[in-house]
Write a protein that binds this ligand. Structure first.
Ligand code: A3P
Length: 262
């Protein structure tokens, strides 16, 4: 990908790359944004399973939560105004960074709102430098590290959600204070399974003011493989070594990173 291509589709704000979906005007307007007491924020590094959690929330009976447009920000420490969000309920989803990188690579290739990319190797270099949309995965996770034990934050791990969706959906409903029967939980798990969501994506094009349209109005682009460990099909052994060394160095003090499974 040429740097000209990248700069024509992305712009930098506070040192982080954003797509034109998060315009400078929108990002500046956050200074005057006031969250309501009962707001719930769904936060993630891109390609971590945001649409999945959004769909879970949408399917909780009597949740009385309306999903609204995305504000995708990158590393939270760059956004002082976000500190006020910490009084509100926040669900933060984390995914293994190797799978996240592979997913974002495909998104770069398929999504016209992102720059074109020629090779996986070229993309991985950008990812490792944090020179991709919404910045560095490492900085994103580290910026939430200090909040990991806050009562108003629920952290969900993609891989754990894959292993036991019902258990994790229960965590979400409990966190939101909504009483849901075992039967309903299992029904939500079924309705939000990858195959169901992928099949339904073909039928719905979404309202751009809706969270589930993050970075695209074409939901077909979002549901690719939905798998854990797909990175193994992309990383060479040298790329894995370089990645793991950087991970160990950057995340050496991170407890969150210890939960991340390959
Ligand atoms: P892949 O590209 O690896 O398939 P986000 O919603 O944050 O943009 O993340 C998109 C990633 O989550 C995609 O990963 C997508 O397939 C996966 N995903 C979406 N819904 C899912 C589900 N119900 N189960 C598992 N993975 C899901």
């Amino acid at each position: 990908m040429s740097s000209q291509n990248q700069s024509s589709v992305l712009h930098k704000f506070k040192g982080i790359l954003f797509s034109t979906v998060s315009s400078e005007e929108l990002l500046n307007s956050l200074d005057s944004f006031h969250a309501r007491e009962d707001d719930v924020f769904l936060v993630s590094y891109p390609k971590s399973g945001t649409h999945w959690i959004a769909e879970v929330i949408e399917n909780i009976p009597n949740a009385r939560i309306t999903l609204t447009s995305p504000i995708e920000l990158g590393d939270m420490s760059k956004f002082e105004e976000l500190k006020m969000y910490c009084k509100r309920r926040i669900i933060y989803i984390i995914r293994n960074p190797k799978d996240t990188a592979v997913s974002l690579f495909h998104y770069y290739r398929d999504n016209p709102n992102l720059p074109g990319i020629e090779t996986w190797a070229a993309f991985l270099e950008l990812f490792l430098r944090g020179d991709v949309v919404y910045g560095s995965w490492f900085d994103h996770i580290l910026s939430w590290e200090e909040h990991k034990n806050d009562k108003n934050i629920l952290i969900i791990f993609y891989e754990e959600m894959k292993k036991d969706p019902s258990e994790n959906i229960k965590k979400i409903t409990t966190f939101l204070g909504i009483n849901v029967s075992e039967g309903e939980i299992n029904k939500i798990a079924w309705k939000t399974s990858f195959s169901e969501m992928k099949n339904n994506a073909a039928k719905e094009n979404c309202d751009p003011d809706h969270t589930v349209c993050a970075l695209t109005s074409n939901r077909n682009l979002v549901f690719r493989k939905g798998a854990v460990g797909d990175w193994i099909n992309y990383f060479t052994s040298k790329q894995k070594r370089v990645f793991d060394e950087l991970f160990t160095e950057k995340m050496k003090h991170s407890e969150l990173a210890r939960h991340v499974e390959d």
